[in-house]
Design a binder for this molecule. Structure first.
Ligand code: PMP
Length: 424
């Protein structure tokens, strides 16, 4: 065990860490249901779903079975010139569950790549229409869309990595995130800046890209669905494509299947990832309307110019298909509503903590926003001692547990969270 930690400490990069002075890491030996088992035998209730992904929990017999079944046939073949049943079966399921106008599916290998694909689709779309000057993107501040260069360029310019890579990143248009929160009264004024930017710059704008209703890694911020409806109207009026990044919000996490269901709208291009495979394997999807796909295909060079090696990986597609079947088999909206109710009850005491700025809950997402940044190493250890896995960032201590969590475990998780921030 020490050897593992030692090698890891000296040779393995972890997300957003220093190689010389990394934050501590904990070795996981196995995971099952909602529990992570550490190498030293301690068991932790998982509050993170491995970053929004493991919605059915770990080591699920049905997902294991799908992986094993597919493994015996083939784990991978190239998608250039070949196709296979797991990809087609997954495609059919995705079309049946996503908003109707979305019909053409590109299976990418991670969320960031799905965003790159969406951006490229938007650019090729306008090139095919003879309007290549529509080459810039519009987005709202506070967003997060991934770590690759195209995606980074539409992440929040302050919280993201713009200043590090300013010479390299394409320059896009940013407007304020909607000041109107989810559940509050709609104030049309929060649309003003977006409307003005669209009116002034639409000739240069290929697409508006946003996370619907919940901005995740950019601040765990929940905004009014009316903003989405109004933004879509602007896009239609001014000939701008709408890309919705549902990588975090998709598959029920916000209490509805898609974030855009809160507004009853459908985008021109939708990005999915994370929970698509129930957190088993890396796979993402970018789904476009027929109009977008046909326009791209009608232009020069008549092809969509993307094709990763592991596109439509059969193993990942097979597990994703099984994960979507699982989701279809139970009343997940009620389950998410119950999770929300328990989080409301159990996280409420954190509001009494003077170090806490706000407690907010939407669907299966519970957020305790602190007034100051937390010391991740210290707070993480406190959580572990209480038997829970919660990974804060900045001022945000938040949970989005697997949907299968029961009331006792969720109560323990929430109480540990409240206790963990008690003396922050
Ligand atoms: N978009 C959103 C909304 C995300 O939350 C993330 C991941 N945190 C991504 C894109 C990027 O996905 P990936 O990490 O799989 O590249």
């Amino acid at each position: 065990m020490d050897q593992i930690r030692d090698f890891d400490r000296h040779h393995m990069w972890h997300p957003y860490t220093s190689m010389t002075n990394p934050l501590p890491v904990y070795e996981v030996e196995s995971a099952s249901g909602v529990r992570l088992k550490l190498a030293d035998g301690r068991k932790l209730i998982d509050g993170m779903s491995s970053w929004w992904a493991a919605i059915h929990g770990y080591n699920h017999p049905r997902l294991n079975e799908a992986a094993q079944r597919q493994l015996k046939k083939m784990s991978h073949v190239m998608f250039g010139g070949l196709t296979h049943e797991p990809a087609v079966a997954l495609g059919k399921k995705l079309l049946a569950m996503t908003p109707e106008p979305l019909e053409k599916i590109f299976l990418a290998d991670s969320g960031s790549v799905a965003v790159e694909v969406a951006i490229k689709m938007a650019l090729q779309y306008w090139q095919a229409k003879g309007q290549a000057q529509k080459s810039r993107l519009l987005t709202i501040r506070g967003g997060y869309h991934g770590d690759t260069f195209g995606a980074m360029a539409v992440c929040d310019p302050v919280g993201g990595m713009h200043n590090l890579f300013s010479g390299t990143l394409p320059q896009h248009f940013f407007t304020e995130r909607p000041s109107c929160r989810y559940g509050e009264e709609w104030d049309p004024a929060c649309l003003t800046e977006l409307a003005e930017t669209v009116a002034a710059q639409h000739k240069n704008i290929a697409a508006l890209i946003m996370e619907p209703v919940v901005q995740g890694a950019g601040g765990m911020y929940f905004y009014h669905p009316q903003f989405l409806r109004e933004a879509q109207k602007l896009c239609q009026e001014y000939d701008i494509l709408l890309i919705l990044d549902e990588i975090a919000t998709g598959f029920g996490r916000t209490g509805k299947m898609w974030g855009c269901d809160h507004a009853n709208i459908a985008p021109d291009i939708m990005c999915l990832g994370k929970a698509l495979t129930g957190g088993y394997l890396t796979l993402a999807a970018t789904i476009a309307t027929s109009e977008v796909a046909e326009t791209i295909s009608s232009g020069s060079p008549g092809l969509f110019m993307h094709g990763p090696t592991f596109m439509a990986n059969p193993l990942a597609c097979s597990v994703a298909g099984a994960s979507l079947d699982l989701l279809a088999e139970y009343d997940w909206p009620t389950k998410i509503a119950v999770i929300a109710k328990i989080m409301e009850r159990e996280l409420a005491p954190a509001r009494e903590n003077p170090a806490v700025a706000e407690v907010r809950i939407l669907g299966g997402i519970g957020v305790v926003e602190m007034k100051r940044e937390v010391d991740v190493a210290v707070i993480q250890e406190k959580f572990i001692q209480q038997g829970v896995w919660v990974r804060p960032f900045g001022r945000l201590v938040y949970i989005m547990p697997p949907y299968i969590i029961d009331e006792d475990d969720l109560t323990t998780l929430c109480r540990a969270l409240v206790a963990g921030v008690a003396d922050c």
